[in-house]
Ligand binder design. Structure first.
Ligand code: PEP
Ligand code: MN
Length: 344
């Protein structure tokens, strides 16, 4: 499936795991009704069949049988379905059940050898592949995994941001570290990227806020775990929404377009002006630093001059009380200082 219109937001919903036929079909029916009622387009129905769990006594999914239930959803409700592929041989099982879309999970994504095997298995096929970020905050690895599928000539590759493991006590299950998916968007602007607020939050309390932030940043859509009876879910029970809650959440979002307006263009040209000046000034500054280096060397003066640097810092501190601005200036000055010392 191709996602041609990147302007349209895309919704993927469904349970963490396919537990039994009744749960899979009932959740799908309710989601379809909810989507129809609210005029939302369900891009795909999700459910895990092969679950990688931290502990061996956890529910590990229904396996291949789950694919027959998903196939039934696709055939009877006409909603495309997707599943998590954990090993390369799962690709064949998907093909056998006409499941044309899958994602690779955060744990598989830390293993490029397995990703390569999965990429080899989908080489030159029409699968849609969604690549979740690795559980560790390693953008290079995430991009590498995406490239493995692009190199295998998969036409429709997408990314899913599901947050990064964070061992510190946190209200969120995984840290969003938004700068990483934003950097991915900058480096691969044509790649659709979804957010998975369910695995970021780990509970339903913050799902709305995280979803709205993702939309504000320009993500192309959301994957949300949805279960007909979340309390009884065999995995990720505390983070799953009922189909009704899902509909309410999606309808509550204030959507943003990725298209620029005239007003933005005007402001952009002002920024361009400032950027040109900044770049010129920084270059000039650097040439003066080089001259200072020469004088210090000729006169045997040490490179680091704390008193002098204090003066520089003072010059930058008068503009605003805004703490975010102050933090930025601190980081910027540190960079400037380090660069200046390194050059000298
Ligand atoms: C999932 O989507 O069900 C899943 C296991 O996600 P992740 O790989 O992001 O933990
Ligand atoms: Mn889950």
């Amino acid at each position: 499936m191709n996602l041609n219109n990147l302007e349209e937001k895309v919704w993927i919903a469904g349970p963490c795991a396919a537990e039994n036929r009744e749960q899979v079909l009932e959740t799908a029916f309710q989601l379809r009704d909810e989507a129809q009622k609210r005029n939302l387009k369900l891009f795909a129905y999700r459910a895990g069949a092969w679950k990688i769990r931290s502990t061996p006594d956890s529910f590990e999914g229904a396996g291949n049988t789950a694919l027959t239930w998903l196939q039934e959803v696709q055939d009877t409700l006409n909603i495309p379905v997707c599943v998590e592929v954990v090993t390369a041989n799962h690709v064949e099982v998907c093909a056998k059940h006409n499941v044309k879309m899958f994602w690779v999970g955060a744990r598989t994504s830390v293993n490029p050898a397995e990703i390569q095997k999965i990429a080899d298995a989908v080489k030159n096929t029409n699968f849609t592949v969604m690549v979740k970020n690795p559980i560790i905050p390693d953008l290079k690895l995430w991009i590498g995994n995406i490239e493995r599928f692009l190199n295998a000539n998969v036409k429709s590759v997408m990314a899913i941001h599901r947050g990064f493991a964070d061992i510190s006590e946190n209200i969120l299950r995984n840290s969003p570290m938004w700068e990483i998916p934003i950097d991915l968007k900058v480096k691969m602007p044509h790649l659709p990227i979804f957010c998975d607020p369910s695995h970021i939050t780990g509970n339903i309390n913050w799902i709305q806020q995280i979803s709205q932030i993702a939309i504000n940043y320009g993500f192309n859509g959301l994957m949300l775990e949805t279960h007909n009876n979340p309390k009884k879910a065999l995995s990720d029970s505390s983070q799953q929404l009922t189909p009704t809650e899902w509909g309410e959440l999606i309808s509550s979002l204030s959507l943003r377009s990725n298209i620029d307006s005239i007003d933005l263009e005007k402001l952009r040209s002002k920024l361009q002006n400032i950027d040109n000046q900044l770049s010129e000034l920084l270059y000039q500054r650097m040439t003066i630093v080089d001259e200072i280096a020469k004088v210090k060397k000729e006169n045997n003066i040490s490179v680091v001059q704390p008193k002098q640097w204090e003066q520089v810092v003072k010059r930058y501190k008068n503009h605003s009380e805004d703490t975010v601005y102050q933090e930025f200036i601190n980081d910027f000055l540190e960079l400037l200082h380090q660069n200046s010392i390194r050059r000298q």
